[in-house]
Design a protein around this ligand. Sequence first.
Ligand code: HEC
Ligand code: HEC
Length: 510
Amino acid sequence: MSIASWKRRHFVAAALVTVVCGVVIGTLLHPSSVSGQGPVRTAVLNAPLPPPVLGPDIVPLTNVQKLGKFLIYDNTLSDPPGYACATCHIPSTGHTGPSSQVNANAGPQPGVVPGRTGRRKPQTYNYATLSPEGPYFDNVAAAWVGGNFWDGRAPDSAAQALDPLVDPNEMANINQGTSAHPFSPLVVQKIQTRPYSDLFKQEWGPDVFTKYTPQQLYILVGAAMAAFEDSPEVNSFSSKYDASKFGVPPMHKYKLTASEERGRRLFFGNALCSACHSSTGLPVLQAVTNGKDTFTMYCFANIGIPRNPLNPFYQETDCTTNPLGCNALGTNFIDLGLGGNPNPAPNGMKFFHTTLGDIPQFNGLFQAPTVRDVDKRPTPTFVKAYMHNGVFKSLKEVVHFYNTRNLTTSDLPLRGKPSKNPINLTNPTTYAASLGTRKPIWGPPEVLDPTSNLVQTYMGYVTLNNPTGLPPSQGGQVGNLGLTDQQENDIVAFLKILTADFTKPNPIIH
Ligand code: HEC
Ligand code: HEC
């Protein structure tokens, strides 16, 4: 496999069909201050996570996929040793965080250096290799699409893998490269002495370790890891959904219950989930997956996730011991998503010029993750954290959020009709005015947080999806869906049948 083959997925814009993961553009914001934001609670700084267990192969792996698997489970590659990629991405949770307690207490995971912590929840790496090289602006999706990470800062999975190794809050090797092209000589040294080092020779020749420069060898590490992530062991398309008549190919091994079927109709219909969480709307993506649904469009949207008061990153303020990974803003920290992506898009376009967030139309946009495996957990009581900051702890909470983001407690209990008087989340002023004395069900969107000095950088743009809370009948997407409690439960029931391992892997045939 060549390095270049990892850059192969080049997507051509197809004809415009429907507006799907649309970017909401250009409402005017009048900055003003508003009080009333709840206090940030003291989060628990969790101890480093335990080492992962290397399980048996589920499918026959090619040489390079096998190498990638060994690398991803090698917990000596961090500095100090102790962390592997798989430490934060374990199979039994759908390749996200391994600890129920950390998920419940935080969401973001502790790094290998005690006391350090990341700012985000591990995005699953399942189906990440199918994300188009990006981010690029896609005319069909009417949105930025592609790349890896919540903020799209890696163009593809092979590039992505090189970042956690040198992230000071993750595997903590010293980066002797740049943000866009990281490089750790120590990692390159280590991989040459590991039991799996022969697999490098089998793949790239007996002289691989002398033929290539250390920088090139580091790139091969990422390519091998991405090869494993691209294998049917990870992208397995083996859920009940795939095994039903709706899968590709249709299998009829699983029949949806009445509730799951109602959930399916809502997901692809009135609840509008498929606008962002399905590849069926993007023909270029469907061509790569041979019609199988990735349950994401890999598009970026600002759905207005509130801040996570338990995000331990608020306490990561020690810039003396952790100059490259600290959070100088403390509790004022706002995660800008794509607007804080330090790396330019593949076409050279920048997501900010000189200061984070100074190109306002990117602020608050995060990549819609796949909803495959969102319910995968080792035991029924295991807590998973959802969204980029892990603020939500159950799928019911997630769906209730989509249904009621713009609602107040006076709209409860749910009556199955959209609220006629939704909160206007356009800016802090409209928020306060439209709320009046009513109580919001949710905290305000993180990017609208009036306690932050960064609100000023929005400079008149609102990237939030459906800020005024229009119901779907008037073109609104997120926030005021008018679903009943039962309909929320039906959508949750549908999400649960997207968990892998109901059948054997049912991979894409290339
Ligand atoms: C300390 C925990 C931790 C470790 C160790 C870690 N990750 Fe992650 N991973 C995360 C977090 C957190 C994110 C989301 C980060 C972001 O978007 O900024 C993530 C995101 C990803 C993604 C992006 C998925 C997508 O859909 O775009 C991939 C792929 C991935 N990790 C693979 C790896 C690999 C490969 C390694 C080892 C080289 C690794 N991770 C090590 C926590 C970790
Ligand atoms: C406008 C696009 C859009 C629509 C419509 C949408 N989502 Fe999302 N979804 C996103 C984005 C973007 C994120 C990540 C947001 C973040 O973390 O800030 C997300 C995150 C999620 C997550 C969390 C996954 C994880 O790994 O943490 C779930 C579950 C989810 N969505 C389910 C749904 C359901 C169910 C619906 C329909 C009721 C829906 N979404 C509608 C864009 C969308």
